[in-house]
Design a protein around this ligand. Structure first.
Ligand SMILES: Cc1cc2nc3c(=O)[nH]c(=O)nc-3n(C[C@H](O)[C@H](O)[C@H](O)COP(=O)(O)OP(=O)(O)OC[C@H]3O[C@@H](n4cnc5c(N)ncnc54)[C@H](O)[C@@H]3O)c2cc1C
Length: 111
């Protein structure tokens, strides 16, 4: 951010922005709000926004630092959940070695 203008043009295809270019988070994402809910969560799961660039934030140093420290917990939780999913996928893959990549043919579907 320079002065009061957020430099978020490069982000607009990835996350929802407000009409001034600030990044929307939490319930401000509306129907795009990912779950589990987090006040600093953007419309893209696993991507968080804090500080001045966040829409509706208090534009002060102390609040930017505070938001950054609070969101660390959500980042750790997100990484832990991805690690869990990865372990489950690996373990399921190991137990089902014959999982087919291609869809079954019509004969298999009928039987
Ligand atoms: C003139 C002025 C006076 C202020 N006075 C006060 C005051 O007295 N007290 C107070 O509490 N607050 C004050 N503020 C507000 C305070 O500066 C901000 O609230 C605070 O700096 C926000 O921190 P931030 O980390 O969210 O954003 P920033 O400090 O803006 O940090 C964002 C960083 O990201 C970098 N960046 C941006 N885009 C990219 C990119 N694409 N790739 C890599 N890096 C990028 C920027 O260069 C910048 O270094 C003032 C602000 C201004 C402009």
């Amino acid at each position: 951010m320079i002065g009061a203008d957020p430099c978020t043009g490069w982000l607009k295809e990835a996350v929802r922005l407000d009409d001034r270019g600030f990044v929307l988070t939490g319930e401000d994402c509306g129907a795009d709000a990912p779950t589990p809910y987090n006040v600093f969560q953007t419309s893209l799961a696993g991507v968080f926004a804090v500080g001045d660039v966040r829409s509706g934030s208090v534009k002060r140093v102390a609040s930017a630092v505070g938001e950054g420290s609070v969101v660390v917990q959500a980042v750790h939780a997100r990484l832990a959940s991805l690690r869990r999913l990865s372990r489950v996928a690996t373990s399921v893959g190991a137990r089902l070695p014959s999982v087919q990549r291609a869809p079954p043919d019509a004969h298999q579907i009928r039987s």
